[in-house]
Design a protein around this ligand. Structure first.
Ligand code: CTP
Length: 411
């Protein structure tokens, strides 16, 4: 039995949230309801109080509820957060980290898996703003359920109907007991750039946004893996459900990866690790511009992936995956790295293209293995993540289940 927070926002589908509560209770869960002010225009809190047998949270600052900072206490107690119905407004706030009521604050404070169930008018649902906000949430590992097609309260017929309660309950069961081909597996994933500090205010870095590594981490979490995400300095949010170890320099990344390699079934090095760092480390004081030229001596960093390949020796675990971001001779250079670093798979891509590589949502990659190469089409990074994990799953042995196939575990 799990404690589940159900956030109800202001849509006509709010009344259906009552059925969702019932379904979750039938499945043996305890539900705490949170209502936004506009949700209360549609259904009264008393309804939820009666069926959940708990105080309904309607206010961030209700007297008597702040002794243990309720949203923080609840954030660590719950095992899932479900938002149903989720309006375009709430979806926007969740996507952008706006925390102006109890529900949106709870979303930021919890590390529990999140299920969002949109319901709105068709034109609103297909509006670019909503489409992008939902994509942001999905990239972050949030599970989006529906919406379905049908007769809408506004009189339209189209997409926007709140998903059926049974669908929502099935999704909650899946996030509580993740089903997938990576259940029981541990993956170490690196993402982002590393920064090599010159002085307290300046660094040598690179243009990696971390998108590819974050997509792999989100996909792996979604497929049931335990994910240790070693994350360089990035502006993007890591997916819910990953254990995040934040690092800055190549040396810090190496320490974090080595610490977790023992337990890993696979290490996926999607990070753009600096090849050089400042000799002698960062200067303690800010460099003055008192000279015409400045010479900084850089020294080689340790190649983490090559070190993993060496220390693995003849063993087959952990499976090792590297990325080769190239501007010329892409596949040939990736093949050389595959052999030199003794890894199982190199994901090669041409970063000189506008639609692949740094800071874009898409990628066009070639999978390079000893057995041969596979050219992949231009696709969203999340789709590429899925293909890479299919290969990792095959290398680990055992059947691979795709995300949109029915889970193996019965609901
Ligand atoms: N890598 C690493 N440690 C480093 C440098 C790179 O683990 N110090 C990993 C990257 O995470 C990536 C792979 O090695 O998975 C290839 O990185 P890339 O920068 O393409 O190749 P390098 O070996 O650094 O060679 P070069 O920069 O000369 O192309």
């Amino acid at each position: 039995m799990a404690l589940i927070a159900l956030g109800v926002t202001g849509g006509i589908g709010a009344y259906k949230a009552v059925e969702i509560v019932r379904g979750l209770q039938d499945a043996g869960h305890d539900v705490v309801a949170i209502m936004t002010p506009s949700a209360r225009q549609f259904v009264g809190p008393v309804t939820f109080e009666a069926i959940t047998r708990r105080r309904v949270i309607t206010d961030q600052f209700a007297p008597g509820a702040n002794v243990d900072i309720e949203h923080i206490a609840l954030a660590s107690d719950i095992e899932a957060l479900v938002v149903a119905p989720a309006t375009a407004n709430t979806i926007g706030k969740l996507a952008h980290g706006i925390a102006d009521d109890f529900l949106t604050t709870l979303y930021l404070a919890t590390r529990a898996p999140v299920v969002v169930v949109p319901a709105m008018n068709t034109n609103m649902f297909t509006h670019d703003a909503v489409v992008r906000n939902l994509a942001t949430l999905r990239d972050r590992g949030v599970h989006v359920v529906g919406p379905g097609k049908g007769y809408l309260a506004c009189g339209w017929i189209g997409q926007g109907r709140l998903a059926e309660p049974a669908e929502v309950i099935a999704a909650v069961r899946r996030v509580l007991r993740p089903a997938g081909d990576f259940v029981g597996r541990c993956l170490v994933v690196t993402a982002g750039p590393t920064y090599e500090d010159l002085d307290p205010v300046r660094y040598v870095g690179n243009r990696s946004s971390g998108r590819m590594g974050l997509a792999i981490a989100a996909e792996a979490v979604g497929r049931g893996a335990r994910v240790v995400l070693v994350l360089g300095p990035v502006g993007l949010e890591p997916p819910h459900g990953a254990e995040v170890v934040r690092v800055r320099s190549a040396a810090e990344m190496r320490t974090a990866v080595m610490e977790h390699t023992e337990e890993a079934d696979a290490v996926i090095m999607a990070a753009a690790v600096a090849d050089y760092t400042v000799r002698g480390g960062a200067r303690p004081d800010k460099l003055d511009k008192d000279r015409e030229t400045l010479t900084v001596t850089l020294t080689r960093t340790i190649d983490i992936l090559a070190e993993l390949g060496r220390s693995r020796g003849e063993r087959t675990r952990p499976v090792l995956v590297g990325f080769a971001a190239e501007t010329h001779d892409v596949v040939a250079r990736a093949k050389t790295k595959l052999v030199a670093k003794r890894v199982d798979l190199m994901v090669a891509n041409d970063v000189s293209r506008a639609d692949a590589g740094f800071d874009v949502e898409t990628n066009r990659a070639t999978l390079v293995e000893t057995a041969g190469t596979t050219d992949l089409p231009l696709q969203p990074k999340r789709e590429l993540a899925r293909v890479i994990l299919d290969r990792v799953g095959a290398l680990l042995g055992g059947s691979v289940r795709h995300r949109d196939e029915a889970p193996r575990t019965a609901d």
